[in-house]
Design a binder for this molecule. Structure first.
Ligand code: IPE
Ligand code: IPE
Ligand code: MG
Length: 257
């Protein structure tokens, strides 16, 4: 029986974000070049997208290339950019068949021209799809994003008193998407690496030792099941979350999940 059958369909996170890590180590373990790992990671992207779609996730954000990844050797960066272009071109029919809408967040203008062109084409060609939103984080880092948000808020002339948490959310590249409820990182690393710092304030974090090129549908379902085993409290007490009256508590308990 697939783990999918054990998942409570009424408590699916609407947005799952993934730090796809471990391609280089996977390749090395096979005596191959790092790019071999990246190329094999594409199959994992397919599996992850398929699993997210089957489970009913509405937004899937994949961290594909960070601002800091520009510091890698030029051959690796070039190979990653070419892989991105080839994958978008190669997957377009499949994305449309499965009603996947493609988005990109990050400093897209810093990408090579051919990447920008194919990305724009891919986003345009899938813009009418509405089963699931696939958001690629490219040349993305949260500090880059927050810095730009601050600059644009200042440029808008808003007074300090007029700025709320919502103002900041609305100036981020993710303004059209809800915050992720679940963040997955593969490859055994327990860090965030400059990903969605503002948006994951209350996300559940799930770390797996599986290297990204080995990640398949069942791994995604395992993460969802683990997520569903958690109690999200948002600063409240467990009793409040479970709607159990607490003596002397005049506040109406609020069910948040
Ligand atoms: C993740 O795998 C892919 C990118 C960051 C582009 P890595 O390339 O970081 O693989 P490891 O972490 O070196 O194994
Ligand atoms: C994070 O992985 C970025 C992506 C998955 C695109 P890294 O491999 O670049 O992160 P660090 O360097 O281990 O923190
Ligand atoms: Mg890595």
């Amino acid at each position: 029986m697939s783990l999918l059958d054990q998942i409570d369909k009424n408590r699916i996170p609407s947005h799952v974000a993934v730090i796809m890590d471990g391609n280089g180590r996977w390749a090395k373990s096979q005596g191959k070049e790092r790019i071999f790992g990246h190329a094999n990671g594409v199959e994992s992207v397919r599996s992850c997208l398929k699993a997210a779609t089957k489970a009913g996730v509405q937004y899937l954000t994949l961290y594909a290339f960070s601002t800091e990844n520009w510091n890698r050797p030029k051959e690796e960066v070039d190979a990653l950019m070419n892989l991105l272009v080839d994958t978008i071109i190669g997957e377009l029919d499949e994305l449309n068949k499965n009603e996947v809408r493609l988005h990109a967040i990050g400093d897209i203008q810093s990408l090579p021209d051919h990447c920008q062109t194919e990305l724009a084409r891919g986003m345009m060609a899938t813009s009418q799809n509405n089963t699931i939103n696939l958001i690629l984080a490219l040349s993305y880092s949260a500090r880059w994003e927050i810095l730009n948000a601050v600059k644009s808020i200042v440029a808008s002339g808003l007074s300090a008193d007029g700025i709320t948490a919502d103002t900041i959310s609305q100036h981020l590249t993710t303004k059209s998407f809800p915050d992720p409820e679940l963040l997955i990182r593969t490859s055994g690393e327990h860090r965030i690496s400059n990903f969605l710092l503002w948006q994951i304030a209350y996300a559940e974090l799930y770390f797996t030792d599986t290297l990204w090129p080995d990640f398949r549908e069942e791994d995604f379902y395992a993460a969802l099941l683990n997520y569903q085993s958690r109690e999200r409290r948002f600063g409240k007490t467990s009793d409040q979350i479970q709607n159990i009256p607490v003596e002397g508590d005049s506040n109406q308990p609020l069910r948040l999940v």
